[in-house]
Design a protein around this ligand. Structure first.
Ligand code: SF4
Length: 443
């Protein structure tokens, strides 16, 4: 039995690193801890329970956990009852070693243990012993309802967890475990419940959403079709998709339900060279990727594309990097998220000897971003003097300005009336930049 008074008159503070998946997990942790009566607080010094929701994807992840927890040393002396825990990918990866290395820590819980958080906190309080819970629960079905305190107009819904792809640069399969999908019927109910709370847009979230497979056999295209047809949700987005699993069936469903499924596709290419892609274990060649991107734009004309690119992967030659540069001329990416390769624990590529110097990687990154900046400004011109459909997410009383995202995922600002939040409005674009649009609301 969990005591629902455990957190009475106590505050919880969670600091979050990393991706949207972690942001979502933090929201889940707050909701679970509110069930124990913990109140979220905005600064660590007001907390009785501090959680660091860690990320392994950035540089020196373990070091970051050490330094953040270290900052709470004085607080712990002042408040001996203060409990400090680490969750997320570093917790999953390091497990009880973290407790040994960071003596200030009271508990460590992995990415599959979030729903056990109330029990972990209760055990911690009852026994006053340190707690570690970081086992993967591969055999358990993935049945988690979306837990979000104030979902607002737009919210995230996890549909898959983990990844089986083992790209040679990526730590996710080691920190999030094998891929599992939520059942389609649960997702339909979850989204229906969110619409009853005022949600107009959901972003379906997973490491590789388009390898989604429900226990009833439905694939990602069929899930999208069911959500668009059988729920009152107004807008559907998704991230992240894998090019090797992006097929014509999915694009056709997106086109058929374009009134609800947004015409923005993030399709991470990582490299424009087929040999590098093979070393990355991505499962497609440059030519196959380009064919897919063209197929998407043929079936869904006007859709916006974005991508992720890694420069300076081990062994990447100058010529191979030039293939990534020329890919920008082949695929009209409206935005790119580009990074220098950096080795991650457990991954194959981290053990290869042909690592590039940081200087070389920085030069390549600079060239890539510089070239894309010009392309993005050119591509943004297509929105100039065009009408875009925007779901209003925020209104600023002081300036009278509202903002929201266009169907192509552009943050759009315009002068508006209050009470427009949650409405979908038409905006005539007067100024178009790569990331944002400014326009006039068409009443
Ligand atoms: S598909 Fe994505 S999450 Fe999975 S291993 Fe590759 S990069 Fe990582």
């Amino acid at each position: 039995m969990i005591s629902h008074d455990l957190g009475k008159e106590k505050g919880v503070y969670i600091s979050t690193y990393g991706c949207q998946m972690n942001v979502n997990d933090t929201e889940r942790m707050y909701t679970l801890l509110e069930m124990l009566n913990y109140s979220p607080v905005s600064t660590a010094d007001r907390a009785d329970l501090i959680i660091v929701n860690s990320c392994s994807v950035r540089e020196k992840p373990v070091h970051k956990v050490h330094s953040e927890v270290g900052r709470y040393k004085d607080l712990k002396i002042k408040k001996p009852h203060l409990k400090i825990g680490v969750g997320g990918c570093v917790a999953q990866q390091e497990k009880k070693k973290l407790l040994k290395d960071v003596p200030l820590l009271d508990f460590v819980f992995g990415t599959d243990a979030i729903d056990q958080l109330p029990k972990i906190v209760q055990d911690l309080m009852a026994q006053n012993n340190k707690v570690v819970s970081a086992q993967f629960e591969h055999a358990k079905p993935y049945h988690v309802e979306t837990l979000v305190r104030n979902p607002g107009v737009s919210t995230f819904v996890n549909i898959t967890k983990g990844c089986d792809n083992f790209c040679t640069f990526c730590v996710v399969p080691f920190t999030r475990g094998r891929e599992r999908s939520r059942p389609l019927r649960h997702l339909l109910q979850d989204v229906l419940n969110l619409t009853k709370r005022g949600v107009k847009e959901v972003t379906l979230l997973g490491q590789n959403v388009n390898s989604y497979t429900s226990e009833c056999g439905a694939n990602f295209a069929q899930l999208m079709k069911a959500l668009a047809s059988d729920t009152p949700i107004e807008r559907i987005r998704f991230t992240t998709s894998h090019p090797k699993d992006f097929d014509e069936e999915l694009v056709s469903v997106m086109q058929e339900h374009r009134d609800k499924i947004m015409d923005y596709i993030h399709l991470p290419v990582q490299s424009g060279n087929s040999e590098v892609l093979a070393r990355m274990n991505r499962g497609y060649t440059r030519e196959e990727y380009i064919r897919k991107a063209k197929m998407i734009l043929e079936i869904m004309p006007g859709a916006a594309l974005s991508t992720d690119i890694i420069v300076g992967f081990p062994g990447e030659t100058q010529g191979q990097f030039e293939d990534t540069m020329t890919l920008l001329d082949e695929v009209p990416y409206e935005s790119i998220f580009s990074f220098k390769y950096s080795p991650r624990p457990f991954t194959k590529a981290a053990r290869w000897e042909d690592q590039l110097s940081d200087k070389e990687k920085s030069q390549r990154l600079y060239r890539l971003q510089d070239q894309h900046k010009q392309i993005a400004f050119e591509l943004a011109k297509r929105y100039q003097n065009q009408k875009v459909s925007v779901l209003v997410e925020e209104y600023d009383e002081e300036t009278g300005k509202a903002n929201g995202r266009s169907t192509q995922n552009k943050l759009t600002h315009f002068q508006a009336d209050r009470n427009l939040v949650g409405e979908t409005v038409q905006v005539l674009i007067k100024e178009a930049f790569p990331q944002t649009l400014r326009g006039e609301w068409i009443r």
